[in-house]
Design a protein around this ligand. Structure first.
Ligand SMILES: *Cc1c(COP(=O)(O)O)cnc(C)c1O
Length: 345
């Protein structure tokens, strides 16, 4: 079964479950779901869903119907919602699928009703101005009689706890609970969970924090889930004063041993991530050096014993990488896709 790729994502299933449990506890009486769009933020949606369902998670969210289909059969007792709702092109797949659409516009509501109008979720825009019916549309008769499972909205600035838009969105969402019938109401993503139980309603929808991202300063309990393991393709001795890699921008001061790894920006390890990062080889921290190539990266293994064919580990400290690189934690994680063999432990 294994393809023997020279590149792996090492995934910590216990940490994933611990992060979900922590978020579930912080959600108070609300149920805690899981956003598994973008292939589980790059970790592998199917494996993530199986592990979280085993821990008691019942509500999963993907972006599109092709992501829903790629999940295969849902774990026992689990429900799946498709956040982008139903375009005309989606109706055949949507009517065939056990997943529910999250209806985002009056047009989508009309389309869903015409096809029979079964159980669905509805997104209302309370100030982000992204997807969703307006509050006025939601309060009109557009939704009358629709069997709404979850009425939801999404926070634009939850990562900034004191941003005034959070309270404004909360105030806009509350009256919907009184006036639009649905089985459950849901507002909070990962960062929204940290805003407190006022924001939790009946169901929270974390994504990033499940996967080891830090949605805010109060989330130190969140554990890293993913690390990169890359294989050494070659080790070479580089004389003092020589350069390594494209642009010759890294130079040795003294003779050095340099290992070349099977990892590059086409794997999602973008140039900006390398500076200040290191790989662990046999317990020794070896700095990443020079410019990241498309499929290769070099490390200085002068202080380590590392040879051709050995594996090294590159931890993914997401908040630190984001701060150094200007990429968000989300971009870093979701950038790691097809070229990794995923190893859960
Ligand atoms: C992606 C997404 C989430 C999860 O957000 P995180 O910030 O990753 O926790 C929740 N709700 C909606 C509507 C989303 O699109």
């Amino acid at each position: 079964m294994t393809a023997d790729l020279p590149l792996r994502l090492i995934l910590d299933g216990a940490a994933l479950v611990a992060n979900w449990r922590w978020l579930a506890a912080r959600s108070g009486a609300a149920a805690c779901g899981a956003a598994i769009k973008a292939n589980g933020y790059g970790l592998g949606a199917r494996a993530v869903a199986a592990r979280l369902a085993g821990a008691g998670c019942r509500d999963f969210f993907v972006a599109t119907w092709s992501e829903a289909a790629a999940l295969g059969p849902l774990p026992e007792g689990a429900a799946l919602s498709v956040l982008h709702g139903v375009r005309a092109e989606d109706m055949a797949a949507a009517c065939d699928s056990p997943a529910r659409p999250v209806l985002n516009s009056v047009e989508q509501v009309r389309r869903w009703r015409e096809a029979g109008g079964g159980a669905c979720d509805v997104m209302v825009d309370t100030g982000m101005n992204r997807l969703g019916l307006s509050v006025d549309e939601a309060l009109s008769d557009v939704l009358a009689g629709l069997p709404i499972e979850t009425l939801m909205s999404h926070l634009a600035c939850a990562e900034e706890g004191d941003h005034p838009l959070n309270a404004r969105q909360l105030a806009a969402f509350r009256p919907l609970r009184e006036r639009v019938p649905a089985r459950r109401y849901s507002l909070a993503n990962s960062a929204g969970v940290l805003l407190g139980e006022d924001y939790a309603f009946d169901l929270t929808r974390p994504g990033l924090a499940l996967y080891g991202g830090q949605p805010g300063p109060d989330a130190a309990a969140i554990r890293p889930v993913a690390a990169i393991a890359a294989q050494i393709l070659q080790v070479r001795t580089v004389a003092a004063g020589e350069s390594v890699g494209y642009g010759a921008c890294w130079r040795t001061l003294t003779e050095a041993r340099v290992a070349v790894l099977n990892l590059g920006y086409a794997d999602g390890y973008r140039r900006a991530l390398a500076a200040g990062s290191w790989a662990e080889a046999g317990g020794v921290r070896c700095p990443l050096i020079g410019r990241v190539s498309m499929d290769l990266i070099a490390i200085d293994v002068t202080a380590a014993t590392a040879g051709e064919g050995d594996w090294v580990t590159i931890p993914l400290d997401l908040p630190a990488l984001a701060a150094r690189s200007g990429q968000s934690q989300y971009e870093i994680l979701t950038g790691l896709q097809d070229r990794f063999e995923r190893h859960w432990r």
